[in-house]
Ligand binder design. Structure first.
Ligand code: SF4
Ligand code: SF4
Length: 383
């Protein structure tokens, strides 16, 4: 620990002085864990070479891990009474209670389940659904990812608790916009908010995103940040009666939302929102190694409160995987083994993808999203 008071203050925030906060049993056994045993869904016994044991109980959090202070107090009480006074937030948006006996672990499970929180998410199961924050604290949201996560969680809960078996680990990310703060596309199933039409420019708010008028007159169009960031050249400057205006060419826009992410003068029609669904990504370096997901559905409408279209596609993908995968085969490995076309055929999207494949890359724009969605919608009858 440094003696400089300013540095010491910063050290308390980040990086955390881990030693100071670790429970004694964890400190004593740091680097000594040699074995583990599973005790039903969500409970793992970790065994140290010293003979000591820690039991973890994994509990699903609400979408985006939002907990009220009241619930946190109840959890803290359980952790003090039945655990070792410690809680651990996981990457998959779950909370782990740590305790020192199986009896106490089972009691923790019983108490949190009676509060309505499922326990599970280990081994061949759904490990959780990560959601970004979206509208609560974010200004670029396309869809409300936490409410999509809630609708998915209600249907997929048996895969988390182990009531329904899966071939291998499954993780899902739900992001409110293409910035993908829920975790990117290197995951089994990624759901990403996408606008269904080009943005609308609010002229009155543009001055915050452009150089001052006098500077704008003097610099080349290609030097203006907003023009530079548009990947397709859909944004350009137009000089009109001594004024410089920003123009959007809808035919060139691919709805990537880069402009919106950088400037709040870009808005979208809230009635025209949807998601892209990508499948077959993973971060793990086991098996065939890490990889990005592939677009299965480029655009589906996001219709609250239950988001039936999105839930139906995700459920269908999981059902196909459950039915045809070999034991231990992640979704990515299953798709590799049977081939993309067969997978798409099993899901029931081959006609949509036949159309999609014929469209050259540079024109696979939002204009086709709706057409493909309509084709998918017709096919859905047979799903
Ligand atoms: S993914 Fe988009 S909507 Fe979600 S928090 Fe990030 S920027 Fe906001
Ligand atoms: S959404 Fe993307 S392609 Fe369309 S104008 Fe904005 S930056 Fe350009």
């Amino acid at each position: 620990m440094t003696s400089d008071p300013k540095a010491a203050r910063l050290q308390k925030v980040f990086p955390v002085d881990l030693d100071k906060f670790l429970p004694d049993i964890i400190k004593r056994n740091y680097g000594k864990w040699v074995d583990r045993k599973f005790h039903g869904a969500g409970i793992i016994e970790h065994i140290s070479e010293t003979g000591e044991r820690v039991f973890t109980v994994k509990v699903a959090m609400p979408p985006n891990a939002r907990l009220s202070a009241d619930t946190l107090e109840k959890f803290a009480d359980i952790a003090d009474r039945l655990g070792i006074g410690a809680l651990r937030a996981t990457m998959a948006g779950n909370l782990e209670f740590l305790t020192d006996s199986l009896e106490k672990a089972l009691k923790i499970k019983e108490e949190v389940e009676s509060m309505g929180f499922p326990v599970g998410g280990w081994g061949p199961a759904m490990w959780g659904i990560n959601s970004c924050t979206a509208f609560l604290t974010c200004t670029t949201s396309v869809v409300d990812s936490p409410s999509i996560t809630k609708a998915l969680g209600d249907v997929l809960k048996p895969y988390f608790t182990g009531e329904e078996k899966l071939p291998a680990k499954l993780r899902i990310y739900v992001s409110g916009c293409p910035a993908m703060c829920a975790g990117g596309t290197a995951i089994d199933i990624a759901i990403v908010g996408q606008w269904g039409a080009p943005p609308i420019i609010r002229e009155e708010a543009l001055s915050y995103c452009l150089p001052p008028p006098k500077a704008l007159e003097k610099i080349a169009e290609s030097q203006v940040f907003l023009v530079q960031i548009c990947p397709t050249g859909a944004l350009s400057l137009r000089r009109e009666g001594g004024r410089v205006k920003l123009t959007l060419i809808p035919e060139k826009c691919i709805n990537c939302a880069r402009c919106k992410e950088n400037c709040d003068a870009f808005d979208y029609d809230p009635e025209n929102v949807g998601v892209a669904i990508l499948v077959g990504g993973k971060m793990s370096n086991t098996g065939r190694g890490p990889r990005l997901g592939r677009v299965l559905i480029p655009w589906l409408p996001a219709i609250p409160p239950r988001y039936e279209e999105i839930v139906a596609v995700v459920k269908r993908v999981i059902d196909v995987w459950r039915e045809h995968a070999q034991p231990g085969e992640r979704l990515a490995e299953f798709i590799d083994r049977i081939g993309w076309q067969r997978f798409v055929g099993l899901v029931g999207l081959e006609k949509v993808h036949a159309v999609y494949q014929r469209i050259p890359d540079h024109v696979r724009t939002f204009m086709y999203f709706r057409q493909r969605y309509e084709a998918w919608r017709r096919l859905r009858e047979g799903i």
